[in-house]
Design a binder for this molecule. Structure first.
Ligand SMILES: Nc1nc2c(c(=O)[nH]1)N[C@H]1C(S)=C(S)[C@@H](COP(=O)(O)OP(=O)(O)OC[C@H]3O[C@@H](n4cnc5c(=O)[nH]c(N)nc54)[C@H](O)[C@@H]3O)O[C@H]1N2
Ligand SMILES: Nc1nc2c(c(=O)[nH]1)N[C@H]1C(S)=C(S)[C@@H](COP(=O)(O)OP(=O)(O)OC[C@H]3O[C@@H](n4cnc5c(=O)[nH]c(N)nc54)[C@H](O)[C@@H]3O)O[C@H]1N2
Ligand SMILES: [Mo]
Length: 761
């Protein structure tokens, strides 16, 4: 499996000593004292705090140390001893800070005081909390609610998120875009149509019962490393893992468990993927079509031989709709089309299909490799089609498993963060709080960016995130952002979005989830939902970075009281004084999911929300699980790839959490000290006469009249499928046009951007 011609690709396992070294390094760099580092032992424990990194499930019977390299980095980043307050901001103008690298901005430390931008001195100056709230409230009161956007990134707790959506709706809009709009929105659109639920159907227990895992476009070793435990255990039981990914990601190749002394000392590695298919970026619909075709071919052959069927005929008859048209489409699609679009041989696809068919319970796992494409929704529906062929949804050990990003991104949607009014319990909110909720669709992230560019959006409130860096089309966006009349950022650390600010601008620094949150003398807890729909309590344990910080619920309440007329049915102060009352309100709003919330939130392993499809109840319009017919196998029917263009897909490194850059290294891909790199195949380098290490420019190959370019990218020879190159997010975001997003879900198509490469003079 490990080829010789692999350029810079290192041959190290995920985990292992490298992982321990990384953890030690960041604890040191952030000057985290030993007693605070010991907090890691409380991470993801039933009586501890929920990690602020990814959303992977937290087991009922955790490992002695239920944290990973990425989680430890996120913790160190939050409980750092480095703090910045009034003095720092008095010293540096915003213009100065704009010259800092993204890493250095955040590495400066935790922001400790509320700040307001002062144009005369080009500085952020300290302001009192009450004054900040009243000024922001007064500004927003003058605006048309339709022109104000309330963004949130998926880290905020269920409690904060519930209050935040209520604030926006009582103010008068559904403009509640979130990070999910750039992420798993394709999942939230695809799954309800196919199986009647917006989230995955599996729980951790299914990994113990499965006998095959198919893995599409998710980089487990970096982005959800705790999941490697489930994969390693499955591999030890002999469960095959079939991976489809244009890059051979180390965590999907092999793993050494840093928590196993024996493995660490012996250097034992568990190979993770039993088959690794390096398909073309965007080739997933085609690869899945090939898998389905191979299954149907076997079905035909079995019928001829008089053998038992290769598909689950009873399941298909009883539980599904649309099988006939789907079969017609599969039969009408030729192997040569499939091979062409997927970049894989039919023999390899048939081989993978044989493993799939030999298994009785299969889990389909996926991440951004499926969602961030023009055909993102269709990609996911094709994975569902494959699972439905053999009844692999709604039985033990089988199901669909989207691996969500931010630690509470799934939960935010559950408690009403959505721009789609039909997904929010508007009637219930009306009944509980006696106001008329807005019924008009709000803006999603792409639409909010369009509104900012077009001047229709007049104010942006951000609960976390670094939106200006995370969104497409940096060039145009940064300019438009600066013209916004008001930006308000609720943040922990300094980032680019604070510098590319609106005309009036405020930074409201908050407590992080790992910190003790004391209200009325009592330590409060919050809660989050993981990728498998399980809710967990989380208790902050570190001393706060500063006594001047407010909690996120307190900040949302502060804004609400300044902005809204008093409403006797919403007692913001009472909620802030005792978070269990917010949970009571959540339970009243969503009794099916959250009844007895306060009692159940400490259930080991979490309590799960009802997921109808998990027990084969299909809440779709047809009352069945639906096979869907894909429109097209091509990656992007609209962005024309021409001769000489390459398909760029953007990825995360081991040294980052989204726009937060911990370090410029990516040890899993052999990169050190530089993120301005692109990974290119030898064939594409030769075709362009490029040497390893050459600096090039990348230009988006579109004809909308806008020049989008990134200069100074270093070419690294790497085993990527010819025709495809990889680069880092967010550095490559200037190349991604705002209009290049997934049909239906509006997720920016960050995994397939047509670009030209020019050698730099
Ligand atoms: N340490 C760390 N953890 C994180 C994050 C982080 O930045 N750092 N971010 C969090 C967030 S918000 C999210 S959404 C998740 C993201 O986690 P992932 O879903 O893993 O997202 P990415 O790293 O963007 O890329 C996913 C993988 O898809 C592959 N890929 C790219 N294009 C294609 C394609 O067309 N088809 C297929 N099959 N594969 C493709 C890439 O090679 C990469 O391995 O992680 C979360 N966890
Ligand atoms: N090209 C390309 N673009 C992408 C992607 C891609 O793969 N490729 N991925 C997309 C995805 S999946 C996502 S989710 C987005 C992510 O994009 P964002 O949502 O913007 O990223 P975050 O990691 O949430 O933002 C980091 C900031 O959050 C703040 N923060 C950290 N902790 C807290 C906290 O506890 N409370 C508060 N209030 N603030 C806090 C800090 O100030 C920090 O600077 O980017 C998207 N953009
Ligand atoms: Mo994400």
């Amino acid at each position: 499996m490990e080829k010789e011609d692999s350029g810079h690709e290192p041959k190290i396992p995920a985990g292992g000593w490298g992982s321990l070294k990384e953890v030690g390094g960041i604890l040191l760099e952030e000057k985290v004292p030993p007693q605070r580092a010991a907090l890691l032992l409380k991470q993801n424990k039933p009586d501890g705090y929920a990690c602020v990194s990814c959303a992977w499930a937290k087991p009922a019977h955790p490992h002695p140390a239920e944290f990973c390299e990425s989680g430890a980095k996120a913790t160190a980043w939050e409980v750092t001893s480095k703090h910045i307050g009034k003095d720092f901001f008095d010293k540096h103008t915003v213009r100065d800070l704009e010259r800092w690298h993204d890493h250095d901005l955040e590495a400066a430390g935790r922001i400790t005081v509320p700040l307001r931008y002062d144009a005369a001195s080009d500085r952020y100056l300290e302001i009192g909390w009450d004054q900040a709230f009243s000024e922001i409230g007064a500004h927003l009161r003058k605006l048309d609610p339709k022109s104000v956007v309330f963004y949130s990134s998926g880290r905020a707790s269920l409690e904060t998120s519930y209050m935040y959506q209520l604030l926006a709706r009582m103010y008068g809009n559904n403009n509640l875009p979130d990070s999910s709009n750039m992420c798993h929105e394709s999942t939230s659109v695809a799954l309800p149509k196919s199986i009647g639920v917006p989230i995955g159907t599996v729980v951790l227990d299914d990994f113990e019962k499965t006998d095959c895992i198919v893995f599409f476009g998710q980089n487990v070793g970096v982005n959800s490393p705790r999941m490697l435990h489930q994969l390693q255990e499955a591999r030890k039981r002999g469960v095959p893992i079939i991976t489809f990914n244009p890059l051979r990601e180390r965590g999907l190749v092999s793993f050494t468990n840093p928590q196993s002394p024996l493995e660490m000392l012996s250097g034992a590695e568990t190979p993770i993927s039993t088959r690794y298919h390096q398909l073309k970026a965007g080739g997933d619909t085609a690869a899945l079509m090939g898998l389905c075709k191979a299954v149907l071919e076997e079905e035909d052959a079995a019928q001829k031989r008089g053998d038992p069927p290769a598909v689950d005929t009873a399941f298909i008859a009883e539980h599904t709709q649309g099988f006939g048209p789907f079969v017609d489409k599969v039969r009408a699609t030729t192997w040569s089309e499939i091979e062409q679009e997927a970049g894989l041989d039919r023999a390899d696809i048939r081989d993978a299909a044989r493993v799939y068919m030999a298994s009785n319970a299969v889990i389909g796992v996926f991440g951004m490799g499926l969602t961030q494409h023009r055909n993102g929704v269709q990609n996911i529906q094709m994975l569902v089609n494959l699972l439905l062929l053999r009844g692999n949804i709604g039985k033990p050990g089988a199901g669909i498993c989207p691996v969500r990003g931010h630690s509470n991104v799934q939960g935010q949607r559950t408690v009403g963060i959505t721009e789609k009014p039909e997904l929010a319990p508007l009637d219930k909110l009306k009944e509980l709080y006696g106001f008329e909720p807005p019924r008009e669709k709000g803006l999603n992230t792409v639409e909010a960016c369009e509104g900012i560019q077009g001047g229709k959006v007049k104010a942006l409130v951000s609960l976390g995130g670094n939106l200006v860096r995370a969104v497409p089309d940096h060039g145009a966006m940064e300019a438009a952002w600066r013209a916004l009349p008001l930006t308000v950022q609720i943040s922990t650390k300094l980032n680019r979005s604070h510098l590319v600010h609106g005309q009036a601008a405020y930074i409201l620094p908050c407590l992080g989830r790992i910190e003790k949150d004391v209200q009325g003398g009592v330590e409060q807890a919050v809660s989050v939902e993981d990728s498998t729909g399980c809710m967990h309590g989380s208790k902050g344990m570190a001393e706060p970075a500063a006594s001047t910080l407010l909690s996120e619920p307190a900040i949302v309440a502060g804004l609400a009281k300044a902005l809204l007329d008093p409403n006797p049915k919403v007692d913001w102060d009472a909620w802030v004084a005792d978070y269990s009352k917010i949970r009571d309100a959540i339970a009243e709003t969503y009794p099916d999911i959250f009844h007895d919330f306060n009692a159940r939130m400490w259930t080991p392993g979490g309590f799960r929300k009802p997921v109808a499809a998990a027990h084969r109840e299909w809440k779709t319009p047809t009352g069945k699980a639906n096979f869907t017919v894909p429109d097209s196998l091509t990656v992007d029917p609209d962005m024309k790839e021409r001769a000489g263009t390459l398909r760029l897909f953007t990825v995360r490194s081991d040294g980052q959490f989204n726009t937060t850059i911990y370090s410029l290294d990516d040890r899993f891909r052999g990169v050190s000290g530089d993120r301005m790199v692109i990974f290119m195949s030898k064939a594409d380098m030769d075709a362009r006469g490029l040497q390893d290490g050459a600096r090039v420019s990348a230009l988006t190959a579109t004809d909308d009249g806008v020049e989008r370019r990134v200069d100074g990218l270093k070419v690294m020879e790497y085993p990527v499928p010819p025709g495809c190159i990889a680069g880092y997010y967010p550095e490559c975001n200037p190349l991604l046009p705002l209009w290049h997003y997934a049909k239906e879900s509006y997720v920016p198509a960050a995994k397939s951007i047509a670009v030209r490469i020019e050698a730099m003079q």
